[in-house]
Every structure is written in structure tokens, then in C-alpha cells.
Design a protein around this ligand. Structure first.
Ligand code: T1G
Length: 615
């Protein structure tokens, strides 16, 4: 008897009821899935022919957590902590079979089961701290019971997942299989029929050494002292409570801490940053076919950093620079970086040598004849590159400015490194979708995050520049550097803080006003980039600043900041400050429009690709 109820499919294999979670893309434990699981457990309990329950997932992964998009909304029953308690209380053995990434609430669901088996390539983790919260479905109470405080705190405070083999060694799993997870799990479940397994809440393997437990809690508490974000300290409190309190009280303690944290502005900022990063991946050309790139060309010695990234990513690279001394310097820069990587143990001598094998230096552009994508680091050499690169090769300009008119405009795109982690793809009106997809594929291969902008692009740099201009203006108006620096550091923008020796004087603008003036200038510039279609959506601007230029992730980004504060207030402030310094705060018409409609930047999505008009 197989039946599908929304995100959950039920299959019977003899006495085993198999619950197959099927809620793509990542089987997040949203309300519908929770309700279906709750109901299925109730049915299993009442059905005398069911001797065991196996929970597994279809698609690419076991649940990767609670549904983050539900946070900040009124909770709907059954909530995940209650569902986990319900599964754990089931008198019939419940086995969880894990593949992909069992993260957060997904791992907590598995821990509520009475036994767990995973595929060897699975990853298990509790990344909630990266969202400014904590494992709120019993994780802070169940995990330490199995693996102790030290390892539990490591998982919860770093948020980093561990491979199945390590999870098994830690005690989170009861078995790991290389392959054939479904069959192995079914066999295991059949073997559990009629047995009564110990609920995780009643296990104590991780709590046998009470002193070590307390020592780990004390060490973690010390390490969290003075932390900017509150989640870490609350996690330590909850793990301590797991040892000191009976489980029911520990669960209540955890739930209260979770409720506090999920409502913090930091958690809201981190959620925004999470979805902004995912939204940035959705661009018009994303579905176009990327051209194969077997060899990368770099023309211009200034491209040595990108050449290095490409070498370390395993790409064959041709590095062209007509000026011999500059070519030699570029090769020396690459060699020096490789040596440093070897000395720091980040690269083996063998890998270094293999990288060198794949590097071909050349003085003439003719060497680019087999390059599928050419990074043009010197705009003055574009003509040679366009001449030499084979038809269909993408010409990616790494410098600032508009894309030049050219018979090869459809192959041209801007590819700028922003802060070493982000590649901004500046798409021209004639850039072919395949060229965009190809540049994106190469950027990802180099381990870079990607952002699409309409040429001339420069999103992160322009917005940060607006913030810097506001800081310069405040100082010119006589604001004490220490006060401005204090406000910016407090907000998490030390990179904008002026050098300031002395302590902040008591008099002068409040930190709130200083931040408002700086962030309003940034949001205003962001609005201009939306108006010109250089940025597709406001969250792309936030992503660019966070991923590229170190804007504090927990603040979400300047556009999110402005939306949280309200565009009516932004409009009021810009109307006032625009009088004082129109070059910084003259209001972008989009803000007036959105404010007049009671709208938000989040509601606005610009027409893609209308930039380029002027650099
Ligand atoms: N909730 C809602 N949507 C999610 C989601 C989640 N947990 N995880 C991913 N998505 C969406 C994402 O927005 C994207 O949507 C699509 O899935 C693919 O994601 C009580 C409270 C699993 C490693 O923090 O780390 O459980 O853009 O592009 O690169 O204690 O997604 O296609 O429309 O990132 O292959 C804890 C978050 C939640 C894990 C896959 N869990 N997710 O990476 O795909 S808090 C997490 C990830 C919690 C409990 C608490 C990654 C991934 P769209 P993707 P990917």
C-alpha cells in the first residue's frame, strides 16, 4: 500500500512503514511536511500491523532543516520540537535513513528517531548559529546526551557539518553504508520490529564524565564572552541546562532561548543574507548553456591573481603579457603566493609543481588561440585578445568601466573580483546568454560567489564609496573621528572607520545618527543602481556588500537596513541631508516612489540589463 500525501509518501514493506519525505528542493521541514509526518506517526502507532517506522527522504537530501522562510511568521502546529517529541515517544522503533545534508531541524528530527543510519557521503550538522539562532527542536538537549558537551558545542558553535564517518565515531549515528541506503535501512528496520529502543532523551553516553562536561561548558562560555552576536552564549546555556535540568525543563529552556534569538534583529539580518545569496543566483541567463572551458587565457600582468586562482582550481592557464619585465613580475607574484601556500601547508609541493605544469607564459596574444575564456586584465590589450581568441571564446574584462563597442560584443562580459570572494559579472546589452553562463561557470570553478550586474556594474564599490563619502562629509563638518569610528565599529563597518587615536568626546552626533547618515547614503546609491537596472534587485546589493566588501552579515545589508527602518524615515532624512550635501544624499526618485506607496526595496525588482548608458 503506497500513498502520497503532499510532501510525504508512505510505503509498506511487511511490518515496516516507510515514510518518504519528498518536498524539493531540500526537504525543508515546513508546516505541511510536519503535519503529514505527525499524522503518519499517529497512524503507525494505531496500526497493529506496523512493527517499525523508517523515515527517509527522496531527492537530493534528508531534510536540510526547518523551513527558514517560515521564521518571523506566526508558528503553526505541529511545531518541529513537538513533532520531534512525538516521534521519540512512538512506542514502535523509528529509524532515520540519512543521505545528503541532514542539517539543523533535519538532524534534530533524526535524533528524535530511535536509531540512525547514513550513506557515507552524507553530511550532518547544526548550522543554526549561522542564522543567529540555536538548534530549537531539542538539539541542544539530545545531542549532548549522545556525544557530550565538547563535541556538541563544537558542532553548534561552529555550525560546520561533519561527514557521516565522523558522526558515527562521535555517536550521532548507529551505522554508515557506502551505498544501497534504502535497502540497508529497510533491512535494519525489519530487524527492529518488536524491539523497544531507548529514546535519545533517556541516553547518557555523552554525560558520563560530569566534570569534563562542565569544563567544556566553562571553556565555551569563556570563548563566547564579549561575542558580538548573542546566539553562541545562549547555545552554551542550553547545553549546560541539558546536564543540570530534567529533559522537559531543558526543552522549555531551549525553546525560550530559541524564541528570544529568532526575534533578534541579528537573526533577521542573517536570514535576509541567506536568502539574498540564493536569490543572487537567479539571473536571466542562469539557464543558458555554458560553453566548455578547457583552457583559460589571461592577458595583462595585472591578471596574475586570477591566473593563480585558476591554476589552484586545476585549470590550464595561458598568461600573456607583451612587456617581458611585467610578465616576469607576474610569474614571480604567482610563485611567491604558491610558496606561501606551501609553507602554510595549504598546498603540497606536488600540487604546486602540477600547477606550474599547467601554466604557459607568453609575450604574444597568439598564444590565446586555444583559450575558451580570456580574462582581459589590461583593457589596452583587448584588441589583441579579441583578434587572437578563437570564435566563441568569452572575453571577460576584469577592469572597471563600460564594455567597449566591439564586433565581438556578444562574447564580452565584465568579470570583476570583489574582495577576493565575489565575482561580479557585468553583462552588456549585447552579451550573449551563453557567454554569461560560461563566465559564471568559470567563476564558480575558481571558488567564487557570483553576482550578476548590468554593465558597467561596480555595485559593491559604488555603494561603499557612497558610505565613504558620507564619512568624509561628517568629518569635514567637524564630527570627531573617534565618535564616527566608534559608531561604525559598533555597527560592524570598521572598514569605513576613520583613523582615530583619541577617545570619543561626549558631544556630537549620536552613534545612531552617524550610522543613519552613512547607511542612508549607501541605500540611496543602491536605489540609483536599481533605477539604472545595474542591480536587478535590492537583495543583490546587500549580497554584494556582504559577500564582497565585508558588510556585517548580521546587519543584512544597506538596503535591508533601510527597509527595516522604513522608507518613510529614509525619505525624511534624505530630504533634510540632501539640502546639506546633495552630491551624497540627494534622494533617488525610486525612494520617493516606494515611500509614497508604503513600499520596500524588497518589493522592487529592476528591469534586467538596462545599465551601460554611462560608466
Ligand atoms: N529552508 C527554506 N529554504 C531552504 C532551506 C531551508 N532550511 N535550505 C535551502 N533552501 C532553499 C534555498 O533558498 C534555495 O531556494 C534552495 O533551497 C536550494 O538551496 C529548529 C530552526 C542545504 C547545503 O541552515 O545550507 O533548522 O533559491 O541554493 O547550494 O533547529 O541550502 O532555489 O528558491 O542553498 O545545494 C538549518 C540551510 C535551518 C541549512 C544546499 N538549516 N541550507 O545547498 O542549494 S534552521 C540550514 C543550506 C533550523 C531548527 C532550526 C543549503 C544546503 P531557491 P541552495 P545548495
Amino acid at each position: 500500500m503506497d500513498q502520497q500525501a503532499g510532501p510525504l509518501r508512505q510505503e509498506r514493506h511487511g511490518a515496516v512503514l516507510v515514510l518518504v519525505i519528498d518536498a524539493p528542493p531540500v526537504n525543508a521541514l515546513g508546516h505541511a511536511l510536519r503535519a503529514a509526518l505527525w499524522q503518519a506517526i499517529e497512524v503507525a502507532e494505531a496500526d497493529a500491523t506496523v512493527g517499525a517506522v523508517l523515515i527517509r527522504a527522496a531527492g537530493r537530501t534528508f531534510p536540510a532543516g526547518a523551513d527558514i522562510s517560515e521564521f518571523g511568521q506566526p508558528p503553526r502546529a505541529p511545531q518541529l520540537p513537538d513533532l520531534c517529541d512525538r516521534i521519540e515517544a512512538c512506542p514502535k522503533p523509528v529509524l532515520a535513513a540519512i543521505h545528503g545534508t541532514a542539517l539543523g531541524g533535519g538532524l534534530e528530527l533524526a535524533l528524535a528517531a530511535h536509531a540512525r543510519i547514513a550513506r557515507a557521503d552524507a553530511m550532518l550538522g547544526l548550522p543554526e548559529v549561522t542564522l543567529g539562532i540555536l538548534p530549537g527542536a531539542g538539539g541542544t538537549q539530545r545531542v549532548p546526551r549522545l556525544i557530550g558537551a565538547e563535541q556538541a558545542l563544537r558542532l553548534m558553535l561552529t555550525g560546520k557539518p561533519v561527514p557521516a564517518a565522523e558522526a558515527l565515531a562521535l555517536g550521532l549515528l548507529d551505522g554508515v553504508v557506502e551505498d544501497g541506503l534504502e535497502v540497508a535501512a529497510l533491512r535494519l528496520a525489519e530487524g527492529l520490529v518488536g524491539r523497544r529502543l531507548t529514546a535519545t532523551r533517556d541516553r547518557r553516553e555523552g554525560m558520563r564524565d560530569g566534570a569534563a562536561y562542565q569544563a567544556a561548558v566553562a571553556a565555551a562560555r569563556l570563548a563566547q564572552a564579549g561575542a558580538r552576536l548573542p546566539a553562541g552564549a545562549r547555545i552554551v546555556d542550553c547545553v549546560e541546562a541539558a546536564q543540570l535540568l530534567p529533559i522537559e525543563q531543558g526543552m522549555v529552556f531551549e525553546r525560550a532561548a530559541f524564541a528570544d534569538l529568532v526575534a533578534t534583529p541579528e537573526a533577521a539580518g542573517l536570514r535576509h543574507a541567506f536568502f539574498a545569496e540564493r536569490a543572487a543566483a537567479r539571473f536571466p541567463e542562469a539557464k543558458a548553456e555554458a560553453r566548455p572551458v578547457a583552457q583559460l587565457g589571461v592577458i595583462g600582468a595585472a591578471g596574475s591573481d586570477l591566473a593563480l586562482l585558476a591554476l589552484q582550481a586545476g585549470c590550464p592557464v595561458v598568461l600573456v603579457e607583451p612587456n617581458r619585465p611585467q610578465l616576469v613580475e607576474a610569474l614571480e607574484r604567482i610563485a611567491a603566493a604558491q610558496e606561501t601556500a606551501v609553507q602554510e601547508g595549504r598546498l603540497t609541493p606536488a600540487a604546486r609543481d602540477a600547477d606550474w605544469e599547467r601554466l604557459t607564459p607568453a609575450l604574444g596574444a597568439a598564444a590565446l588561440a586555444d583559450s575558451d575564456l580570456v580574462l582581459v586584465a589590461d583593457a589596452g590589450l583587448l584588441a589583441e585578445a579579441a583578434e587572437a581568441a578563437p570564435p566563441g571564446a568569452v572575453l571577460a574584462l576584469t577592469g572597471r568601466g563600460a564594455l567597449p563597442d566591439s564586433p565581438r560584443a556578444s562574447d564580452m562580459i565584465g568579470l570583476r573580483l570583489v574582495g577576493g570572494r565575489l565575482a561580479e559579472l557585468a553583462v552588456g546589452p549585447q552579451t550573449a546568454p551563453e557567454a554569461v553562463a560560461t563566465a559564471r561557470a568559470v567563476a564558480r570553478r575558481l571558488g567564487l560567489l557570483c553576482l550578476r550586474a548590468a554593465a558597467p556594474g561596480g555595485i559593491a564599490g559604488r555603494v561603499m564609496l557612497a558610505g565613504r563619502a558620507a564619512v568624509t562629509h561628517l568629518l569635514a563638518q567637524g564630527e570627531a573621528p573617534a565618535r564616527v569610528a566608534g559608531a561604525l565599529r559598533g555597527f560592524g563597518l570598521p572598514q569605513l572607520a576613520p583613523e582615530a587615536a583619541a577617545e570619543a568626546p561626549e558631544t556630537g552626533a549620536s552613534a545612531g545618527r552617524i550610522i543613519a547618515q552613512v547607511l542612508s547614503a549607501m541605500a540611496n546609491e543602491g536605489a540609483r543602481l536599481l533605477e539604472r537596472g545595474i542591480a536587478q534587485r535590492a537583495s543583490d546589493i546587500d549580497f554584494a556588500l556582504v559577500a564582497g566588501l565585508g558588510f556585517p552579515r548580521w546587519q543584512g545589508g544597506p538596503m535591508f537596513w533601510a527597509d527595516q527602518r522604513g522608507l518613510l524615515i529614509l525619505r525624511r532624512d534624505l530630504a533634510e541631508w540632501g539640502q546639506e550635501a546633495p552630491e551624497i544624499w540627494a534622494m533617488a526618485p525610486l525612494i520617493a516612489d516606494l515611500a509614497a506607496q508604503g513600499g520596500h526595496f524588497a518589493d522592487h525588482a529592476a528591469q534586467a540589463g538596462s545599465g551601460q548608458k554611462d560608466a
